[in-house]
Design a protein. Structure first.
Length: 401
């Protein structure tokens, strides 16, 4: 371009557009609140992982105690077997021992159930005791292997040996289940599946006192899921303010720099001097459908978030009552089975001595023996369920694990 002050060689323009006041601040608030929401989601995942680790650990403890009780069962059976052999050898030739007409077939040691996963699977106690209860039922009078009337002492020995073989088979099944649960436990800890898992011989009940009356609106104030939804709601508020102000005019500030050569035809004092010009511009958003749609989107997302918050709060309340039911039930069962196991153990000692001295009914001994082990296992299972329910309650209220 030829100018009076020379010939233009180049034109450089720099312009910065500034949105309406508050748009940048609202955008910053939205991103900060969304970051807080993501952090709450991370907290929730961490708490859930902690719960899964504890639940899997208690399932491993159940299996280990099941194996221990099964091995104890074998020792008791071998003791009874030795007494039966002595009784058989001491009996006169051709003489058979009579019984009360009841023959039971006690099953193997308590069985166990598979571990369940997720937040909703803990609402009920483990199914492991189901196998134990079935074994007790199979030991009751009426479930006979054959008529005990006129059965010989040798038949009693064979029956005990059958029991021992069944318990050995059950122990092998429990060891296989242990391997599967240990692999799952190690996966939670990011370890090799075959890594060794140390489980103590005894399990102590946690000391955690809580009542259903303590449930209130503030009970889940620290729950990360509700915290995440609160931050998302605040983030959507900031987004709505941002898109509303984006519909206002934008102001631009800049500078224009023109490079000019001298002109031989010009006698002006400005000939060949570069030109600098400050600039101001403004944009007016005439078509506003885009901004109205963005505001409508923010309102709908806020409404959906409010409904999601209510649904999540209701789910947490339901889980809380389920966890409290498991907590109270496990506490009651712990005390009950402790007393029952003590009484059954005393009865078993008396009946074994009576069997060795006067030859009491073997079926009654096996039945009491099974009840004793069954109550011992159920007591341990109740403690594990109690600790699991406590871990569940702490997870719901985001207590430190």
């Amino acid at each position: 371009m030829e100018l009076l002050g020379g010939n233009q060689l180049a034109d450089i323009r720099l312009m910065q557009m500034f949105p309406w006041f508050g748009v940048i601040r609202s955008a910053k608030d939205e991103m900060s609140l969304m970051a807080n929401a993501r952090y709450e989601s991370f907290r929730d995942a961490k708490l859930q992982l902690s719960l899964d680790v504890q639940r899997s650990w208690y399932e491993l403890h159940k299996v280990k105690q099941n194996i221990r009780i099964s091995e104890k069962n074998i020792e008791i059976l071998k003791t009874i077997e030795r007494l039966a052999i002595v009784r058989f050898k001491a009996a006169p030739s051709g003489n058979t021992s009579s019984s009360s007409g009841r023959v039971a077939t006690p099953a193997s040691a308590p069985g166990s159930s598979n571990s369940s996963s997720g937040m909703n699977s803990m609402g009920s106690s483990s199914n492991t005791s189901g196998t134990v209860s079935n074994q007790v039922a199979s030991s009751m009078p009426g479930n006979s292997m054959g008529s005990s009337s006129g059965s010989s002492g040798l038949t009693d020995v064979y029956r005990i040996q059958i029991e021992i073989n069944d318990v050995h088979n059950n122990i092998e099944q429990l060891k296989n289940q242990w391997n599967a649960l240990a692999a799952q436990f190690n996966s939670y800890l990011n370890r090799r599946p075959d890594a060794e898992v140390a489980i103590p011989d005894t399990l102590i009940a946690d000391n955690f006192q809580l009542s259903l009356l303590e449930l209130s609106d503030s009970a889940f104030s620290n729950n990360p899921m509700l915290g995440m939804l609160k931050f998302e709601q605040q983030s959507l508020e900031a987004r709505k303010q941002m898109v509303t102000k984006m519909g206002y005019p934008m102001i631009g500030l800049g500078v224009n720099y023109s490079v000019i050569n001298k002109s031989e035809m010009s006698t002006s004092s400005m000939n060949g001097k570069d030109m600098i010009m400050p600039m101001v511009t403004a944009t007016l958003p005439i078509y506003r459908k885009k901004y109205r749609s963005m505001q409508s989107e923010a309102d709908l997302l806020k409404s959906a978030n409010e409904q999601n918050y209510k649904a999540t709060a209701n789910e947490l309340s339901t889980e809380y009552y389920q966890a409290m039911q498991l907590y109270q039930d496990a506490g009651r069962r712990t005390k009950l089975y402790k007393d029952q196991q003590l009484l059954a153990s005393k009865s078993l000692d008396i009946m074994i001595k009576s069997f060795a001295a006067s030859g009491s009914d073997l079926s009654d001994i096996l039945r009491i023996r099974q009840q004793t082990l069954d109550y011992e296992y159920k007591q341990m299972e109740a403690i594990a369920d109690l600790n699991t329910s406590i871990a569940w309650l702490k997870r719901l209220m985001a207590f430190s694990q």
